[in-house]
Design a binder for this molecule. Structure first.
Ligand code: NAD
Length: 358
């Protein structure tokens, strides 16, 4: 079988992770790397080429997308560029693994969704958290009916002092689309919606706050700060999402906050026959027997590293032509919910979602 030739657009933090990851996947050939900074692209190529054959450095994303030597691209650049690059790659016949959030907002997510549907090519959003052992096991429990009817869920990630790259693209609304809600909230939202069986969201109510970022407080070690830059996003967001089946999901995320939290993600699924609570790497089944509630720690075995499973799934989806688990539709739903959270925060009103365009 011919290898799938994968090129990586963006040689920043996550682009380099993808380069190393795909370099280890069977049936994949690294086709090259590119970055707006040619020095960064060359440095990333050298990092990988220490283990593998020398890696081609493309002069631009456009050159990589147009190349007949590339079958698929990974879009690992700031959020603002996800949709234009993904749509261009699809138009050139390339499959795409796009970093989260799939797009800057619902409108650009719709462009990706339409282009993916019309092209028949594989578009997958890089939500590696779906592939964590406790999440895979919780999904199995839900699908097997072990929790009964899951009618309420809570999820979130409360980082206490972790504003990434203050002043850089991370904290500039025009480039990132928002703060922790679109940055890390999208991961837990994606995970929770998948665990709930992808219900149809119909109404969203949310609030956002910026109590640390504007004063350059609450910063962390992630990303490169630009102290002359701009912070015009939130640093905490909270939301409730109602589904058409009556179930509800609440979502709390922060980059900076004063609360008791280990910074890690959590999901609580509440079902009529049992609950499943994810706390980082832990999974606990919660139930009731006779006159008492009880908790059971579930030993969720790791099949492999989550990013490896994600990369393999992308390759398998390309080969089989079947839709990947985190497809463009799931990305569109996530982006639409995120837009509505921000709109609700701005207007103070609950936002009703309209899916009639589908
Ligand atoms: N899945 C995850 O766990 C995870 C983790 C971190 C970041 N991300 C996502 O990955 C993306 C990149 O984040 P990062 O932390 O790597 O950022 P980063 O700032 O470290 O890297 C981004 C790189 O993109 C380059 N770039 C910008 N515009 C470009 C363009 N048009 N063409 C080519 N290169 C361009 C920049 O020069 C930079 O090197 C973001 O969307 C982010 O949300 C995902």
């Amino acid at each position: 079988m011919a290898p799938i030739r994968i090129g990586v657009i963006g040689a920043g933090f996550i682009g380099r992770v993808h380069l190393k990851q795909f370099g280890q996947i069977d049936g994949v050939e690294l086709a090259g790397v590119t970055d707006a900074s040619s020095a960064l692209a060359a440095a990333a190529a050298r990092e990988v080429a220490a283990d593998l054959a020398a890696l081609r450095v493309f002069s631009s994303a456009d050159e990589m997308i147009a190349s007949p030597d590339v079958d698929a691209v990974v879009v690992a650049v700031p959020n603002r560029f996800h949709a234009p690059l993904t749509v261009a790659a699809l138009a050139a016949g390339k499959h795409v693994l796009v970093e989260k959030p799939m797009a800057l907002n619902g409108a650009s997510a719709r462009e990706i969704y339409t282009a993916a549907r019309d092209s028949g090519l594989t578009v997958m959003v890089a939500h590696q958290m779906r592939w964590l052992p406790p999440v895979l096991e919780a999904k199995r429990m839900v699908d097997a009916g072990e929790l009964g009817e899951v009618y309420n869920a809570k999820c979130g990630m409360m980082r206490r002092k972790n504003i990434p790259g203050w002043g850089s693209w991370f904290t500039r609304m025009g480039e990132s689309g928002g703060g922790p809600m679109i940055d890390i909230g999208v991961h837990v939202l994606d995970m929770a919606m998948w665990l709930l069986g992808d219900p149809k969201p119909v109404s969203v109510f949310g609030s956002t706050y910026a109590k640390f970022g504007p004063d350059k407080r609450g910063t962390g070690s992630w990303g490169t700060p630009d102290w002359d830059g701009v912070f015009d996003v939130e640093d905490l967001a909270t939301a409730m999402i109602k589904m058409d089946d009556g179930s509800t999901l609440t979502l709390d995320v922060s980059w900076a906050v004063n609360t008791l939290s280990d910074n890690s993600h959590f999901v609580d699924l509440m079902g009529t026959d049992g609950g499943a609570s994810i706390r980082g790497n832990r999974l606990v089944f919660t139930g009731q027997k006779f006159d008492r509630p009880f908790d059971v720690e579930v030993d969720a075995k790791a099949i492999d590293d989550a990013r490896t499973l994600l990369a393999r799934h992308f390759v398998e989806s390309i080969r089989s032509g079947s839709a990947p688990v985190s497809d463009a539709m799931s990305g569109l739903v996530n982006n639409t919910i995120l837009d509505s959270i921000y709109e609700s925060a701005r207007t103070g009103k609950a936002i009703e979602l309209d899916w009639s365009f589908l």
